[in-house]
Design a protein around this ligand. Structure first.
Ligand code: PBG
Length: 331
């Protein structure tokens, strides 16, 4: 025993205060972006059955939700629309009186300092549920680009601070950048869903946003979960086309990809902790099988450790509350 030589890693773990001194990764309220679903009508606060604690809000009520976010000090929300009317090209996505445009106008008026991000996609707005224009059963890339650019410009006109295109058509960042610049919105950043996998983890979101494809799947435009190098190619083209932030989505099963994209790009990288990742934690904690607070803070910390600068998460409000409690001396 006496002559054994080994390193004593436990020296730095012996007390809460020493552990806090050598902690490498910290979560802050400024790391979070909170998703909000807005719906038409009045007096609607509908809990999404597969996402306990997440609601669709009509515009007369949504301010209660936004106020909570602002009071917690979360700097940004992303707005998803649940429209009444759908058609084959998703016209309500780029209508001046579309649900997203109305929501952005109202929220910016009441909360000018909150950063409002617009999700720019067509799937919630098309009657077939795909993210682009369909012809002979195929999603047409280039014809969809015009509609995306139009959608982004109408969201910017409504007051969106950041445009977040999520539909995975090739060239969507170039088309949107060009559209925004031509309309005079040269200062509006693009937070591109650069690396978006075709994932079963989006299931609960499609309940929340009523955006499931009516036929087929999204595998011709979203990425194969088996691919890592392709993520770099996707990130690279979005950088070339003018993206300002790069989203990797989902997050938890793709921490390796977050790290690669961060190292490769040096850009602000956003981890999208998606609906299925949220619902699994909720279901297990409602059954008393896991400690929700500890699991959530552990997984959000892991995303930052993997290289994410920002985290888009349905847990944001809870996480900020738990962090405040921890600051007061727990842990
Ligand atoms: C729209 C969009 C989706 C999500 C965000 N934007 C769904 C999809 O691609 O089907 C998923 C978010 C989540 O699961 O939390 N294209």
């Amino acid at each position: 025993m006496k002559d054994l030589s080994f390193r004593r890693h436990r020296r730095l773990r012996q007390s809460a205060s020493v552990r806090s001194m050598v902690r490498e990764t910290h979560l802050h309220k400024e790391d979070f972006i909170y998703p909000i679903f807005v719906t038409e009508g009045a007096n609607e606060k509908n809990e999404v059955p597969s996402m306990p604690g997440v609601y669709q809000w009509s515009l007369d009520l949504v301010d209660t939700e936004v106020n909570e976010v602002v009071e917690l000090g979360i700097p940004a929300i992303i707005v998803f629309g649940v429209p009444n009317s759908k058609d084959d090209v998703g016209s309500s996505a780029f209508h001046d009186q579309g649900i997203v445009q109305k929501a952005i106008r109202q929220i910016k008026e009441n909360h000018p300092d909150l950063t409002v991000i617009a999700d720019t996609c067509l799937c919630q707005f098309t009657d077939h549920g795909h993210c682009g224009v369909i012809e002979e059963g195929k999603v047409l890339n280039d014809r969809t680009l015009d509609l995306l650019a139009k959608t982004a410009v109408s969201q910017a006109e409504a007051g969106a601070d950041i445009i977040a295109p999520s539909n995975m058509m090739d060239g969507f960042v170039a088309a949107i950048r060009h559209g925004l610049d031509s309309a005079g919105y040269t200062d509006i950043p693009i937070m591109s869903y650069a690396v978006k996998y075709s994932s079963a983890f989006y299931g609960p979101f499609r309940d929340a946003a009523h955006s499931s494809p009516k036929f087929g799947d999204r595998k011709t435009y979203q990425m194969d979960p088996a691919n890592r190098l392709e993520a770099i190619r996707e990130a690279e083209s979005d950088m070339e086309e003018g993206a300002d932030f790069l989203i990797v989505k989902p997050a938890l099963s793709y921490l390796d990809v977050i790290r690669e994209v961060k190292d490769f790009s040096g850009y602000p990288v956003v981890a999208y902790n998606v609906s299925g990742e949220y619902s699994m934690v909720k279901a297990a904690s409602q059954n008393g099988w896991i400690n929700e607070k500890e699991i959530v803070l552990e997984k959000l910390t892991s995303m930052k450790r993997a290289g994410a600068d920002l985290i888009l998460t349905y847990h944001a409000k809870d996480a900020v509350r738990w962090l405040q409690i921890n600051k007061k001396g727990e842990k």
